[in-house]
Design a protein. Sequence first.
Length: 222
Amino acid sequence: MNTLETFVHVLDLIGTFVFAISGAVAAVNRRLDIFGILVLSFVAGNFGGITRDLLIGAVPPAGLTDGRYLLVSVFAGLITFFWYAGVDRLRSPVLLFDAAGLSLFAVAGAQKAIEFGLNPMMAALLGMLTGIGGGMTRDVLLAEIPQVLRSDLYAVAALAGASIVVIGYVLGLSYGVSALAGGGVCFGLRFMAIRYDWRLPVAHLSARGRAEANPSDEEPPR
């Protein structure tokens, strides 16, 4: 394994741990048992990377063949199960770790997609998917609207970071430079969104809001 592959692998494992913590916290908050907590930590930490690997043909996915991904996820789940109070007190740092994990996954995902010959646009999208896939799957299992569809610039930050990695590749910059720049932009956007509650525009009134604002528009009873 060369230096670049080692670097990408280390980023993947760190991101896996960070996202596994977020999955375990969500499971504890929904009062799942220890098995459910471990399942959610594995899903949140690995399904983004597994989906990416399946789409680019890197099969079987590293998350299913490399035992370190499972160990890291289980370790994160057990930490949360036994020391949830301590993890919960670190809510703000956990959000920052989540932003860091998003950055790591987006950067590593884009680079891996490039290595497998995807064109720049698709590589950027795969980088974004790597960052948001685990969280989306976690929320679907918990019967919630995925946070990435309603949270503060989550997917946008991942796409921005992955795009910078791809632009660096097109311009012939070293991966280290483009990875630092892409990770920094992704983390910065996510941090500022958390800090200042930045959000994308939403529809002025939802369908439910329109119904409440204009009760006369509701269908008459049958």
